[in-house]
Design a protein around this ligand. Structure first.
Ligand code: GLU
Ligand code: ZN
Length: 290
């Protein structure tokens, strides 16, 4: 068996919140249980400028929670994606459609420029119309026709590289064998599988974990400040309180310490649907199982 390599891949556009924690806890538990290696990689290809203060705060929160990584690999801003783009040149094309045109066509890019032979514009990857099955370790098999999600942009019109290219290139370069992240990316994994194969690599295993929704019913984001780990710390939560809140979302109940969770963790157990938080996050007790 090749060694297991997992990764924590935070986007430093916002501080660590409970939605990130459940994904990172699952990534951490899976790697620790298998005796593998866990990487930390900041995914800042989409952010306008380096957010070094946010990165530092994310590292601090991860350490405080005990979500220790083994190696930090270079952030996306330090990497060159040119060679990766070349690798898939035979399956890419230039697209001159504007955001607005795509919105008017229903929001999903219909491949308008596939045969247009444009010499400028964004670079998109031509997805096949075949069915791809994502074998998710939590959700089981999920059939997706990647092209129905729209050909992904690899490099934008302004020359900057896009998330789908960067994340696949990085995971291949870093030797990642398992990807663990929020359920909102489950279907996109089919697109990324095609990219892995187009780049000549074997796709990793996938595990998607339930999304965490704020009291307003929306996916946690910067606007839910009270669910940020640093806010919980300020409200006197201990790391154990955070674990006690999060572990049931991964199907783990009544554990005395984190080491027990490493042994008891089973990717396929626990809820799949979104976790809805109630509005009082100030008391650790309010989110704990009774
Ligand atoms: N950077 C993404 C996030 O912070 C994760 C993407 C991935 O794991 O592939 O949600
Ligand atoms: Zn186009």
């Amino acid at each position: 068996m090749p060694t297991v390599v997992g990764r924590l891949a935070p986007t430093p556009s916002g501080h660590l919140h409970l939605g990130n924690v459940v994904a990172f806890a699952a990534a951490w538990l899976s790697v620790r249980q298998q005796g593998g290696t866990l990487l930390l990689r900041f995914e800042d290809v989409d952010t306008q400028r380096a957010q070094l203060d946010v990165e530092a705060s994310i590292r601090q929160d991860l350490e405080w929670l005990g979500l220790q990584w083994d190696t930090e690999v270079p952030a996306q801003r330090h990497r060159d994606y040119g060679p990766w783009l070349k690798r898939v040149a035979g399956r890419s094309y230039r697209c001159t459609c504007t955001r607005r045109e795509i919105r008017e066509q229903g929001g999903i890019y219909p491949g308008t420029c596939r045969r247009a032979r444009n010499t400028e514009g964004a670079v998109r990857f031509w997805l096949p119309d075949t069915l791809v099955t994502v074998e998710d370790r939590r959700f089981g098999p999920r059939d997706v026709v990647p092209s129905e999600l729209g050909d992904p942009v690899l490099r934008r019109r302004d020359g900057t590289y896009a998330y789908n290219l960067a994340v696949v290139a990085d995971d291949i370069a870093d030797g990642v064998t398992e990807v663990v992240r929020g359920a909102d990316l489950l279907e996109l994994s089919a697109v990324q599988m095609v990219l892995w194969e187009a780049m000549g690599a074997d796709p990793p295993t996938w595990m998607h974990v339930p999304l965490v929704l704020g009291p307003d019913g929306r996916k946690l984001s910067k606007s839910h400040g009270s669910t940020e780990v640093r806010a919980l710390r300020q409200a006197d939560w201990a790391p154990e309180d955070v674990w006690r809140a999060v572990l049931p979302w991964l199907g783990l109940h009544r554990l005395d310490h984190v080491q027990q969770a490493v042994e008891a963790f089973r990717p396929e157990r626990g809820p799949r649907g979104p976790i809805a938080l109630d509005d009082d996050l100030t008391s650790p007790r309010s989110q704990s199982p009774t």
